[in-house]
Design a protein around this ligand. Structure first.
Ligand code: TXA
Ligand code: MG
Length: 333
């Protein structure tokens, strides 16, 4: 059973000691809750893969306290440094080549010679990194293939007996995983959509940025995680719904005035969760995983999802929803 501790400074110290002992600590970030281990300890990192039932070829994101920590473990370049300077601490993971003889566990890289790094902004994540003093490997704290956690309760539901400490720090403000950018080559490549948009990165770097999260070909994944079943609730999803049938529950966005249920007018309140009644995409992103978790537990045979505009963070919301609805068709893990 996990020990659930409120994230005050005494408990952050306890969690840092637990990491030093090779244990697993779940902690909040501004995106989602992470499942953390000492990134320089092979055995601790291996425990993450076991706990999540994650395939060992799928690499982890390493969380750092500052750019100096990056320089210690990875080969850096000026463009990557400019991104970190502008967007860190924040929801951007940067992939760089590992330094030769890097002290990071090779398991964090899943067999690749690169590593994904991120300095999180959440006060608890920052304090834990500072207290621990070493990089923390942390994927999202859920079983591989299922929904990412945005509250301590989600972590407990998914990994209770597999994590030593859960630092409880409320609901994650962004609610979607970080944008991932590969900076190992001449061209910057965005591997996962998130809060930070490709065009914002392109503006900052003053260069074209490639987008590699749409239409991923099975024989050419850019990121080992791209082909895995991801972000999926157990209940199937039906996207772009304009009505609901008798065995469906609705995940709404904006006004539901023109929605119908079983061919009749009006969807009953108890069969709706609304990501954002006012149509605010940021609010919708922060509610997406928690509402999917909740709808999943209600026993309906399908979740009907209203259309969400593909602009700004709406692109990342649509990315997660389409992966979830395609889950049965994709390669599972
Ligand atoms: O917001 C986030 O990024 C959260 C919080 C906890 O920081 N973490 C997270 O980690 O979402 P995870 O493990 O659930 O997703 C990491 C993704 C995977 O799809 C993995 O394949 C990819 O990052 N990745 C990690 N290292 C990589 C590398 N060296 N090359 C390519 N892809 C990599
Ligand atoms: Mg994940």
């Amino acid at each position: 059973m996990a020990e659930i501790l409120i994230a005050n400074s005494d408990n952050i110290q306890i969690a840092a000691n637990s990491l030093k002992n090779g244990e697993l600590v779940s902690f909040p970030t501004e995106t989602v809750y992470g499942l953390g281990a000492n990134a320089t300890d092979d055995d601790a990192v291996k425990r993450i893969f076991e706990a999540k039932k994650r395939p060992d070829f799928n690499p982890l994101i390493v969380h750092v306290s500052d750019w100096d920590m990056v320089e210690k473990y990875a080969q850096t370049n000026n463009r990557a440094k400019a991104l970190a300077k502008h967007f860190w601490p924040g929801p951007l993971s940067i992939i760089l080549p590992r330094k030769q003889n890097s002290e990071l566990s090779t398991y964090v890289s899943g067999g690749l010679d690169t590593v994904a790094l991120r300095q999180p902004e959440h006060i608890v994540a920052k304090s834990l990194l500072k207290c621990f003093g070493l990089p923390i490997a942390a994927p999202s704290a859920n079983l591989s293939g299922s929904l990412s956690p945005t509250t301590p309760y989600h972590v407990q539901q998914s990994l209770d007996d597999k994590v030593d400490i859960i630092l409880a720090g409320g609901k994650c403000s962004i609610g979607l995983e970080s944008t991932i950018i590969d900076m190992t080559g001449d061209k910057a490549v965005v591997l996962r959509a998130g809060f930070i948009l490709p065009e914002t990165i392109a503006d900052l770097l003053n260069e074209d940025v490639e987008i590699a999260y749409e239409n991923v070909e099975v024989d050419k994944p850019h990121s080992p995680g791209q082909l895995l079943r991801h972000y999926a609730p157990n209940t199937p999803l039906r996207l772009k719904a304009v009505d609901i049938t008798k065995d469906e529950i609705l995940l709404a966005f904006g006004s539901t005035k023109f929605m119908s249920a079983e061919g009749k007018g009006g969807v009953p309140e108890e069969r709706i969760l609304n990501l954002s009644p006012s149509g605010d995409l940021l609010e919708a992103a922060s509610n997406l995983f928690s509402m999917l978790h909740e709808l999943d537990s209600k026993g309906y045979s399908r979740i009907a999802v209203m259309d969400i505009p593909k602009i700004g963070i709406g692109i990342a919301i649509n990315d997660r929803l389409s992966r979830a609805s395609n889950a049965q068709k994709e390669i599972g893990d």
